[in-house]
Write a protein that binds this ligand. Structure first.
Ligand code: LLP
Length: 414
């Protein structure tokens, strides 16, 4: 098989090639490379050299059971946003104390489920702290604060600052203390998450400073979770550089060591990256079924609808795309095309008016950096089946790690 145009994915498919993988497992297909996943886990584990440091992988980015097992094997812990994530993480072998459940507007039943499983729990408002206290007086809890700064690739994923629903603002610390006292709760940790995808560490560091200042207000804290959001370069084909995590780690180290020395108590620092761990190990493969031109726009029609990868449709996100085919053909002509899926909405566009070497019917497309927020946001919209997931292990073999949905599954709950 051949690449048309540039590739950043030499060796990604191990001893396989994308054409064979699609023949074997069908299209579309998520493919993950184990080595890359493990490397990203190692990067994050080495972010700071402060010894009491835990990386909580944020499983919402990708909660495939097999990938979670690999991440656990790399020594990471996890966070969870729902009973479903707690359930899957326990199945993947994480022990309850390795899981931090970060609730947001949750019911008493949901809190009770989390308490029954024995995971650590963070609440996101004074009202929810009160609910927690009524259910579990005398318990241990984290509170999520909003440090007043935010960052992210799109306003929809900025989760800190003055325009978001998340966390408790620092001005309400006295109310937090009052509710803790009322229910005899012990505040063992505080956490924050300023948003998803920063390539510049400044806002992150500013958020950490505010959180550390909040920590000084409490004397029972054992854990400070400074959040995720570490970006990855989605524009690799244009030479975009990686986030310099050595540099960021160096600045965090200095901040944390100095702060802990002043504070004078043992503190465990946590981070919760999702995208950084899972994005780059994943490629979404799809097939080109039809080419057409409508009113001057050249459309490449594929099976890569927004039921499979939602990011371009809801955030206008860019993913680099590669072209794979069985045999060399002359595609040296560059064309501006719009790559669309098979869903009945005109917003079903994965790449809008982008230059590619000429694409032909029967070509395969590889959508890069699709490992995070790809499958985890996929749906059965239009009653389409969610794709299978395949892992390329470190020996270069392909393993099916999730079967494609079946038609029967569409009526299972009736
Ligand atoms: N912790 C909390 C509390 C979060 O809400 C999130 C993500 C993370 C950690 C992990 O953030 P990360 O390291 O992955 O940036 N669907 C969007 C991203 C939404 C992220 C929401 N929160 C996307 O596809 O870009």
């Amino acid at each position: 098989y051949v690449y048309a145009g540039v590739t950043s994915k030499e060796n990604f498919y191990g001893r396989n090639n994308p054409v064979e993988l699609i023949e074997k497992y069908g299209s579309p297909l998520y493919v993950y490379n184990e080595k890359i996943l493990r490397d990203r886990c190692k990067d994050m584990s080495g972010l700071i050299d402060y010894p009491n440091f835990i990386v909580n992988y944020s499983a919402k980015a990708n909660s495939n059971l097999h990938l979670l097992e690999i991440i656990r094997d790399e020594g990471l812990n996890v966070d969870a946003m729902s009973p479903g994530e707690i359930f899957v993480e326990l199945k993947a072998g994480f022990s309850p104390d390795q899981i931090l459940y970060i609730g947001n507007n949750v019911s008493a039943d949901e809190l009770q489920y989390a308490l029954d499983t024995g995971v650590k729990i963070s609440v996101d408002s004074i009202a929810q702290l009160d609910l927690f206290g009524r259910i579990n007086p005398g318990g241990e809890v984290f509170v999520r604060f909003n440090p007043g700064v935010g960052a992210g690739h799109n306003p929809k994923v900025v989760t800190g600052g003055k325009k978001t629903k998340f966390g408790v603002q620092a001005e309400y610390i006295d109310d937090v203390k009052r509710v803790l006292d009322e229910h005899n709760l012990r505040l063992i940790g505080i956490n924050q998450h300023i948003g998803s995808l920063f390539m510049d560490g400044e806002p992150y560091l500013a958020g950490v400073k505010s959180l550390l200042a909040i920590a000084e207000e409490f004397d029972s804290i054992e854990y400070i979770d400074i959040g995720g959001g570490f970006g990855i370069p989605y524009h690799k084909h244009d030479g975009q550089e990686r986030l310099n995590i050595q540099e960021l780690g160096g600045m965090l180290n200095e901040l944390i060591y100095n702060w802990v020395a002043d504070y004078g108590r043992e503190i465990t620092i946590m981070v919760e990256p999702g995208r950084y761990i899972a994005a780059e190990c994943g490629v979404l493969l799809g097939s080109v079924y039809s080419l057409k031109e409508n009113y001057g726009i050249k459309y490449v029609g594929t099976d890569l609808g927004f039921n499979v990868l939602k990011r371009p449709m809801i955030y206008g996100s860019h993913h680099d795309i590669e072209i794979y085919r069985k045999e060399e053909v002359d595609s040296s002509v560059q064309e501006e095309v719009t790559i669309v899926g098979n869903i009945c909405e005109s917003g079903d566009i994965i790449a809008k008016k982008r230059e590619f070497p000429r694409i032909f019917e029967g070509d395969l497309l590889g959508v890069l950096d699709a490992g995070a927020y790809g499958f985890s946001m996929a749906s059965n919209y239009n009653n389409r089946l969610r794709p299978a997931e395949v892992l390329i292990n470190e020996q270069g073999d392909d393993l099916l790690i999730r079967r494609r949905d079946t038609l029967e599954q569409l009526i299972n709950n009736f």
